[in-house]
Ligand binder design. Structure first.
Ligand code: 6PG
Length: 259
């Protein structure tokens, strides 16, 4: 692992980045970090709340976590699982983020069903967003959301979760008008609705980890981490934990343009 700091241009903040030789090394390191975070949260307060990322990058991580030695290193009965976003499809649909996590991780571990907090992708998007917003607020007893760990990916257009460039949800974030923890967000380029956490619960987390791999992400990653703050174009720049930590865990292909 090559630990560096990326210095973002106008944000003038130092952002911790860790670069790994390839996707397998990245997944292994992320699994180790996940186990560390889970262990300390469970030891400290008896539970570990984690927000899973969708897409394809996290699959390798989830598969590792579901196998030894990682599977045996966590008291999964104490783990609460959430999703940062979901597609508007049923849970058994091939595009479902729930299905991806279920097949690669959850179905292989003794996590109580009541601890798996799924977004209802099959429901009306507005209703599903409202329900999930309430689910989060109830979990945190209507106090501030403070997930122990939020896992995020980044698209090659700079989106994260389902906060896409040019979408209403991002516009509201940029204008400081976002009061919801979860919203339905129409994504023009995909011609579909998504359900997504907003930055409010994400930036309230104790630790946010971006997992980014692949050469196709390198140019965007350079803009996000080294370029000027322009969150309308690169919504991943909206992710700046208020009191928690952020770590960008990258493979060499994705990281090679980072100064
Ligand atoms: C989704 C994710 C999304 C994802 C990025 C990266 O629902 O697709 O939440 O934000 O993390 O699009 O996806 P890949 O890991 O497949 O590149």
């Amino acid at each position: 692992m090559n630990g560096k700091w990326a210095v973002s241009d106008t944000m003038k903040t130092r952002i911790p980045i860790e670069t790994y030789t390839d996707g397998a090394a990245l997944a292994r390191a992320a699994a180790e970090r996940f186990v560390e975070q889970a262990g300390s949260a469970i030891a400290g307060k008896g539970r570990f709340s984690v927000v899973l990322a969708g897409g394809s990058t996290p699959k390798a991580l989830y598969r590792r976590l579901a196998a030894d030695p990682f599977a045996g290193a966590i008291d999964w009965t104490r783990v609460h699982v959430f999703w940062g976003d979901e597609r508007t499809v049923p849970p058994d649909h091939m595009d479902s983020n729930f299905r991806m996590a279920h097949d690669s991780l959850l179905s292989r571990l003794p996590i109580p069903v009541r601890n798996i907090h799924r977004i209802s992708g099959e429901a009306d998007p507005q209703e599903a967003a409202q329900d999930y917003d309430q689910t989060l607020r109830s979990f945190f007893a209507d106090a501030h959301a403070c997930f122990d760990l939020v896992l995020l990916g980044m698209g090659d257009d700079g989106h994260t979760a389902s906060l896409f460039p040019g979408s209403e949800a991002v516009e509201k974030e940029v204008k400081g008008l976002q009061g919801r923890w979860v919203v339905a967000n129409y994504v023009e380029k995909l011609a579909t609705w998504r359900i997504t956490m907003t930055t409010l619960p994400i930036n309230g987390a104790a630790h946010v980890i971006f997992l980014v791999s692949g050469e196709e992400k390198a140019g965007t990653l350079q803009q996000v981490l080294n370029g000027p703050y322009q969150p309308r174009a690169f919504p991943s720049q909206l992710i700046r934990p208020h009191n928690g930590r952020i770590t960008w865990m990258l493979d060499a292909d994705a990281a090679h343009l980072i100064e």
